[in-house]
Write a protein that binds this ligand. Structure first.
Ligand code: IMP
Length: 216
């Protein structure tokens, strides 16, 4: 849809109250001349995440921010899905950290549940991170882009880079966990990077960094 694109000089709300996420998205948008303001800075309410999928939660956050601000809004919902745990913690990834955002405890819970199922080989410990990104317009038009990175979980956790479940996740084809990798290396292959790439291709006009093109 031609009107669902962003051009140089446009402003966008990042539908997140997480300063780390807002900064990451601002940096992504800068080469395209699109300015980002955060939902926090505009004092927008944070909707409850009542969806049952990453996409549904990303959509409700972006739609709420677009409607409240009158600007296009971009949101992200992400988490860790463990095959042997039927996709848990999934959309509850942040909530498993509790109010204290204690991801040592959340990782220990993942490990306990894997041990209960006797999951002791990399194959039995397969997992992926998923990121759903939604762009929504004040009129209600919206589109969602999803990225995944596959790998397996190790125990004990290794490395102090990154956040959340990074120290127990080893991406396919690597030996290091996301917690041990240089952030730039993780960011180049992450679920969020893959979702962003799809969003950029569909919604943003060509950047000034020589990348991209219109594709086939
Ligand atoms: P959200 O902010 O509601 O999308 O919550 C996402 C949660 O999933 C975070 O709190 C992390 O626990 C987890 N998560 C998402 N992406 C990553 C990642 O790249 N590394 C580690 N954990 C992640």
């Amino acid at each position: 849809m031609a009107e669902m694109r962003l051009a140089r000089g446009d402003r966008l709300v990042v539908a997140s109250h997480n300063p780390g996420k807002v900064r990451e998205i601002e940096e992504l948008l800068a080469p395209y001349g699109v300015a980002a303001v955060s939902a926090g800075a505009l004092d927008l309410p944070e909707p409850e995440e009542t969806g049952t999928t990453f996409a549904a939660n990303a959509e409700l956050k972006a739609l709420a921010a677009a409607q409240a601000s009158g600007l296009p809004a971009l949101s992200d919902d992400s988490g860790l899905e463990v095959e042997a745990l039927d996709g848990a913690p999934g959309i509850y990834s942040a909530r498993w950290g509790g109010a204290a955002k204690d991801f040592d405890a959340a990782m220990a819970r993942v490990e306990r549940e894997l041990a209960e199922r006797g999951a002791d080989s990399p194959e039995a410990r397969r997992a992926n991170f998923t990121s759903a990104l939604t762009i929504a317009w004040p009129g209600g038009d919206h589109a969602t882009y999803e990225g995944k990175v596959f790998g397996h979980l190790v125990w004990p956790p290794r490395g102090s880079q990154g956040f959340g479940y990074d120290p127990m996740f080893v991406p396919e084809g690597y030996n290091e966990t996301f917690g041990e990798m240089e952030p730039a290396q993780k960011h180049a292959m992450s679920h969020r990077a893959r979702a962003f790439a799809l969003f950029v291709r569909a919604v943003l006009d060509d950047g000034d960094d020589g990348g991209g093109g219109e594709g086939a």
